[in-house]
Design a protein around this ligand. Structure first.
Ligand code: 6R9
Length: 645
């Protein structure tokens, strides 16, 4: 790992909102006196009723609870829209760049956003959606996706966005889990010149999602879709019937804002629940601090709204700060590997936030795609989703940013709401590959396997020792699972599932997941989910899935499959199984390698020894460790001999 240091550039130091000493003071005060610190920060929001309480929480089983600003009242959409109208109503709120570069972009001022969101909210109300109801959003990256989220927030409905790349089966599971009676979708999505049949997927989901009663369809491409009378409604027709005024519903600080399903190490995806005030405060505060956002700047988070990054840093954080947030419909490498940089030039983007996997893919295409663009508007670069390898970091810094732009490597999770460990560009010297230091209010601890807290330069499991306002509040419908998943591994602490090293300067280096979660192109995939999909296939008896190193994706999916007796392994079947998983979950879950295995390495109690499977998938077969506890040590030789790749 690289330990080279990139000091804060002089231009940044001179205009820093927070300098190095300021950061140390801020962090110190946030931990020493959290009550007054957070009540003061709470002033950055507009409240219907200002809170007098800050954090009220306990991670202990007997008294387990997490609440922030619990006596306050506010509306999230009013904070993201209405309160900006007087001062910047004519500033651009959302700048939309379409998939095809020759199509015109679109922009919405805060005033126009207000009208669009009110109209959308009234359409939802007309369909009977009330405070607390769940609304599933299955949309492409079009402005209506942001309108839909903010419309839910306006009337107090709880949105649950399902990524447009997920299959009908995955969509149905998420609709059913939260009992969502209404789904908002589009005729089709577009990505990289290809159509995504969203409405057809919703139709296919219906048989497994009986809760679904109403489907609101946004006309995005004008493609042919079958409308089911009594269930399906065109958004544009419904919107023409309602007014563009909808007063925001005053919400309790702890009223739910949204659900977002994410993969864990066991079971089906969990509905991570975020509430209103603490979440909004966290994303607004961190968006301003970490990106040093200043009014008038064009800011671009190139994530999809289907992931938490899109929620927090395309929609809620930037809009709460009155920013101009760019929303891009397409993919980074279409029509060619220059597209991102062309969009930067077209819209004079100053802050760009993307994922290491995209950078590695673009880097592999060669520097000329970057060099032929100007990028002179850029002043800050960000990354998120997985550890960034120092080579990609340097390319981002030297080639994309021409050595001029600091890189903020932001570590966080769906569960954390927003960034927890990240540099402040005017305060923190950078080290390629390190997310650097904790943000104010964040108290990281590294612990060993027994839960002993490790001090100084060390490596261990990353826990957070106290609550922060943006923390998730529960797993939808299963509060016991919330406690069990995050607070029982190490008593009294939130366990992230990540391994981490801390160096002598106190910098944090995330080393990756230590549980059974694979990070594929910055997206979380639970091994258990892929395994469940594989064993649903009639020819499969058993499956075990692990991560393997992948040059572009960071990690790939390696599946060991035991067939039912009488079934013959073949390359055709390998392809059938890959397509099967793709159909069951979605393209991101497609295994990169499928190895047929007559047996899996198991302990005498029947537990699969994933450590061994990981080593073989990595190609590191010289150090398989102790295999003597296996029920049948001979299976290992077979696995090694038939390794794929
Ligand atoms: C925001 C997001 C969370 C997991 C997390 C960790 C990995 C995210 C990272 C990073 C190293 C970073 N991760 N950011 N690892 N450096 N800057 O990605 O949320 O999809 O829930 O994934 O991603 O392993 O635990 P989510």
């Amino acid at each position: 790992m690289s330990e080279s240091l990139y000091p804060v550039p002089e231009a940044w130091a001179n205009r820093a909102r927070v300098d190095a000493a300021g950061y140390a003071r801020l962090h110190g005060r946030s931990l020493a006196d959290p009550g007054s610190f957070w009540l003061e920060q709470a002033k950055r929001l507009e409240w219907v009723k200002r809170p007098e309480l800050a954090g009220d929480w306990s991670f202990d089983e007997a008294d387990f609870h997490i609440r922030w600003f619990a006596d306050g009242k506010l509306n999230v959409s009013a904070n993201c829209i209405d309160r900006h109208l007087a001062t910047r109503g004519n500033d651009v709120a959302i700048l939309w760049e379409p998939d095809a570069p020759d199509e015109p972009s679109r922009s919405y001022t805060y005033r126009q956003l207000h009208a669009e969101v009110c109209r959308f909210a009234n359409v939802l109300k007309a369909q009977g959606v009330a405070k607390g109801d769940r609304v599933t959003v299955y949309l492409p990256m079009i402005p209506e996706a942001a309108f839909a989220l903010l419309a839910c927030a306006r009337i107090g409905a709880v949105h649950s966005v399902v990524f447009g790349g997920f299959s009908p089966e995955a969509l149905a599971g998420r609709i059913t889990d939260c009992d969502s009676k209404i789904v908002i979708t589009a005729d089709e999505g577009r990505r990289g010149g290809k159509k995504v049949p969203l409405k057809a997927n919703v139709d296919a989901a219906q048989q497994h999602a009986p809760a679904m009663q109403t489907v609101i369809v946004v006309k995005a491409t004008g493609g042919d879709v079958a409308m089911q009378p009594g269930r399906d409604i065109w958004y544009h027709e419904a919107a023409a019937q309602v007014s563009a005024v909808c007063p925001p519903e005053p919400m309790g600080a702890e009223d739910p804002l949204f659900l977002l399903y994410t993969s864990g190490s066991t079971g089906k995806p969990k509905g991570v629940l975020h509430t209103s005030a603490g979440y909004l405060l966290w994303v607004s505060y961190t968006h301003e601090l970490v990106f040093d956002y200043r009014p008038g700047q064009v800011y671009w988070c190139a994530a999809d709204i289907g992931w938490v990054t899109g929620h927090s840093y395309i929609v809620y954080g930037p809009l709460a700060n009155g920013a101009t947030t760019l929303m891009y419909e397409g993919v980074p490498n279409w029509p060619d590997a220059s597209r991102i940089w062309q969009v930067v030039d077209r819209h004079k983007v100053e802050i760009l936030y993307t994922a290491p996997t995209a950078l590695r893919a673009l880097m592999a295409e060669g520097d000329e795609f970057v060099a032929k663009t100007s990028r002179e508007s850029l002043r800050l670069l960000g990354t998120v989703g997985e550890p960034i390898n120092p080579e990609a970091w340097r390319w981002y810094h030297d080639v994309v940013g021409a050595g001029r732009c600091p890189i903020v490597d932001t570590w966080w999770q769906t569960e954390t709401g927003g960034a927890l460990i990240a540099p402040l560009p005017g305060a923190t010297a950078l080290k390629p590959g390190s997310a650097t230091l904790p943000l104010p209010g964040v108290d990281p601890q590294l612990v060993d396997a027994e839960g002993e807290v490790l001090h100084g330069a060390t490596e261990g499991n990353l826990c957070i020792a106290r609550s922060w306002p943006g923390q998730m509040r529960t797993v939808w419908g299963d509060h016991a699972r919330f406690f069990q998943t995050y607070f029982t591994t190490y008593r009294g602490k939130y366990f992230t599932g990540d391994g981490c090293r801390r160096d002598a300067d106190g910098y944090y280096w995330i080393t990756g997941r230590v549980d059974d979660v694979i990070n594929v192109s910055g997206h979380r995939m639970g091994t258990a989910e892929v395994e469940s999909a594989l064993v649903l296939h009639p020819k499969v008896a058993e499956a075990a899935v692990v991560g393997m190193p992948h040059a572009i994706k960071g990690q790939g999916i390696y599946a060991y499959v035991t067939l039912n007796s009488g079934e013959e392994p073949s390359d055709d079947l390998r392809k059938v199984l890959r397509d099967w998983v793709r159909q069951e979950i979605g393209p991101i879950a497609t295994p990169d390698a499928v190895q047929f295995a007559p047996g899996l390495p198991k302990t005498r109690s029947g537990k699969i020894m994933r450590r061994i499977l990981r080593k073989i998938a990595e190609g590191d077969v010289s150090s398989l460790g102790d295999t003597s506890t296996l029920a049948d040590p001979a299976v290992v030789d077979n696995l090694v001999a038939n390794r794929v790749g």
